[in-house]
Design a binder for this molecule. Sequence first.
Ligand SMILES: Cc1cc2nc3c(=O)[nH]c(=O)nc-3n(C[C@H](O)[C@H](O)[C@H](O)COP(=O)(O)OP(=O)(O)OC[C@H]3O[C@@H](n4cnc5c(N)ncnc54)[C@H](O)[C@@H]3O)c2cc1C
Length: 321
Amino acid sequence: MVLVYVEHADGAPDELSLQAIALARGYAGGAPVEAVMVGPGPGAADAAPVLGDYGVATVNVAELDGGFAPQAHARAVAELTGRLSPAAVFAAGSDRGNEVLAHAAVMTGAALAANCVAATPGDPAAVTRMRWGGSLLEEARLHGTTKLMTVAPHAVAIEPAPIETADVVSFTPEVQEQDLVVRVSERVDTSTGGLSLAESPVVVSGGRGVGSSEGFGALEELAGLLGGVVGCSRAVTSAGWRPHTDQVGQTGTKISPELYIPCGISGATQHMAGCKGAKKILAINADPEAPILASADYAVVGDLSEIVPAITAELRRARDG
Ligand SMILES: Cc1cc2nc3c(=O)[nH]c(=O)nc-3n(C[C@H](O)[C@H](O)[C@H](O)COP(=O)(O)OP(=O)(O)OC[C@H]3O[C@@H](n4cnc5c(N)ncnc54)[C@H](O)[C@@H]3O)c2cc1C
């Protein structure tokens, strides 16, 4: 049996967790796949039965009140691991998935490999994992009765595999006081009106070439017209022009929009690590030799302070007939 820690929001399982389930099912090779979700939160009970559509036979819902507490979630995973002795425990390679499984690894003494893109069962199990923001693939071996793995975001396709019904079983994990010391106590909405950088279908990003925080006004306008949000490079956050929450890249947010428009961004490896999931890239850069052009589907070579307003004006003309 293989266990998957599944994140959820608003009564639906998280997309990255569904990707983790796809890798877990391949690893299980026909053996049952169970999930563990932590609730009651908004909607664990609603999200749980949906997992049957992705090949999960049993969903264990850990009854825990309050905001996300990584160690408490890990306690639920560790408790089930002790009870069910799964061959492996998977989670999404999200901030939360990595944090929860890291704690669970300490609690169970099991080995953890983060950011896996492939896994073959056995003792040791063979895993391929992404390192250095995706610029290196590492072949590793995992030993032990239960192996813990997180799955690199957007590296494995979600695979629907409907089974009749997923059984939902509730349990109350034995959480200790110190497990609740670190927990989410409040959530503050970002200024993007609810559309997050990670989920936006269009991202217009600015780099050092934008020149100043005021220069981002034109990018905001273009993003607004396209129903997207603004991102940026690390040069920009280091200069204090935008907050770190806007940064795309290895040490920022990983995005996979339908359209990514990097303006005045050179295309350093650490930046590309965050946007290589984009379906299409339209690069705007003054330098015809800029590395970003090699990754772009479309490029406009020129001064962004002229090109961005020109695109915006054209879009307005098209919109207003
Ligand atoms: C451990 C580590 C982690 C890192 N993590 C990240 C990360 O998460 N995200 C990230 O972005 N970086 C990250 N970096 C930094 C990264 O290496 C680069 O330094 C950074 O991405 C460069 O930002 P930039 O492209 O905006 O600036 P530059 O490299 O200076 O590029 C500016 C670009 O703007 C163009 N330009 C200039 N003027 C104009 C104009 N008027 N019109 C059009 N184009 C113009 C230039 O031709 C150039 O291509 C990391 C680095 C390290 C060491």
